[in-house]
Design a protein around this ligand. Structure first.
Ligand code: HEC
Ligand code: HEC
Ligand code: HEC
Ligand code: HEC
Length: 116
C-alpha cells in the first residue's frame, strides 16, 4: 500500500503528511507537476539540469518520474510509488532490475545510471 510505504520515508519522519500533497477528502493533488514538490524543495536547486540532467519541462525532468515511479500493484492499475526514494540506490546490477533511469533509458545498463 502506498500509504504504508510513505510512513517509512524521511519526509514522513520530518513531519510531512498526506495533506501536504493531497486535498484531505478528495485525495486530489494540491498542485500538479513539479510545483507540488517545489512548495518545499528549492526549485532552483532541484528543478535544474544539474540535478536531473533533462531539459526543463520534459518528462525526464518530472520529480515523480524518478522519485515516485509508477509501479504496478497487483496488476490492477499503475500507482505512484510512495516510497519517495531512489530506485537507483536499490537496484540490482546483476539482475538488471528497473530503476529510476533505466525505466526510460531501457538500453542503458544500471551501471550507467549509477555513475550519474
Ligand atoms: C510528496 C507528495 C505526496 C505525499 C506526501 C503523499 N502523496 Fe499520494 N500521491 C502523490 C502523487 C504525485 C500521486 C500521483 C498522482 C497521479 O499520478 O495523478 C499520488 C497518488 C496517490 C493516490 C492515488 C493512487 C492512484 O494512482 O490511484 C493515493 C490513494 C494516495 N496518493 C494516497 C496517499 C496517502 C494515504 C498519503 C499519506 C500516507 C500520501 N498519498 C502522501 C504525492 C504524494
Ligand atoms: C510539505 C513539504 C514537502 C513537500 C510538498 C515535498 N517534500 Fe520532499 N521532503 C520534505 C522534507 C521536510 C524532507 C526531509 C529533509 C531532510 O531530511 O533534511 C524531504 C525529503 C525528500 C527527499 C529525500 C528523501 C530521502 O529519504 O532521501 C526526496 C527525494 C524528496 N523529499 C522528494 C520530494 C518530491 C519528489 C516531492 C513532490 C512529489 C516532495 N519531496 C514534496 C518536505 C517536502
Ligand atoms: C532524472 C531523475 C531525477 C529527477 C527528474 C529529479 N531527481 Fe531528485 N534526485 C535524483 C537523484 C539521482 C538523486 C540522488 C542524488 C545523490 O544521492 O547524490 C536525487 C536526490 C534528490 C533529493 C535528496 C537530496 C539529499 O540531500 O538527500 C531531493 C530532495 C530531490 N532529489 C528532489 C527532487 C525534486 C524536488 C525534483 C523535481 C523538481 C527532482 N528531485 C527531480 C534524480 C532525479
Ligand atoms: C520519464 C522518462 C525518463 C527518466 C525517468 C529519465 N530520463 Fe533521461 N531522458 C529522457 C528523454 C525522453 C530524453 C531525451 C530528451 C531530452 O533530452 O530531454 C532523456 C535524455 C537524457 C540525457 C541526455 C542524453 C544522453 O543520453 O546523454 C541524459 C544524460 C539523461 N537523460 C540521464 C538520465 C538519468 C541519469 C536518469 C535517472 C537518474 C534519467 N535520465 C531518467 C527520459 C527520461
Amino acid at each position: 500500500m502506498c500509504g504504508a510505504r510513505f510512513l517509512q520515508t524521511r519526509m514522513y519522519q520530518k513531519g510531512v503528511t498526506c495533506q501536504d500533497c493531497h486535498e484531505p477528502h478528495t485525495a486530489k493533488l494540491r498542485v500538479e507537476g513539479n510545483a507540488l514538490c517545489a512548495r518545499c524543495h528549492d526549485a532552483t536547486q532541484y528543478d535544474s539540469q544539474q540535478h536531473h540532467f533533462h531539459k526543463l519541462g520534459t518528462s525526464g525532468a518530472q520529480c515523480v518520474e524518478c522519485h515516485m515511479p509508477a509501479q504496478n500493484y497487483m496488476v490492477v492499475d499503475a500507482r505512484r510509488d510512495h516510497g519517495i526514494r531512489l530506485r537507483v540506490r536499490i537496484l540490482s546490477q546483476t539482475l538488471g532490475s528497473p530503476n529510476a533511469c533505466t525505466q526510460c533509458h531501457a538500453e542503458k545498463q544500471p551501471k550507467w545510471a549509477r555513475r550519474r
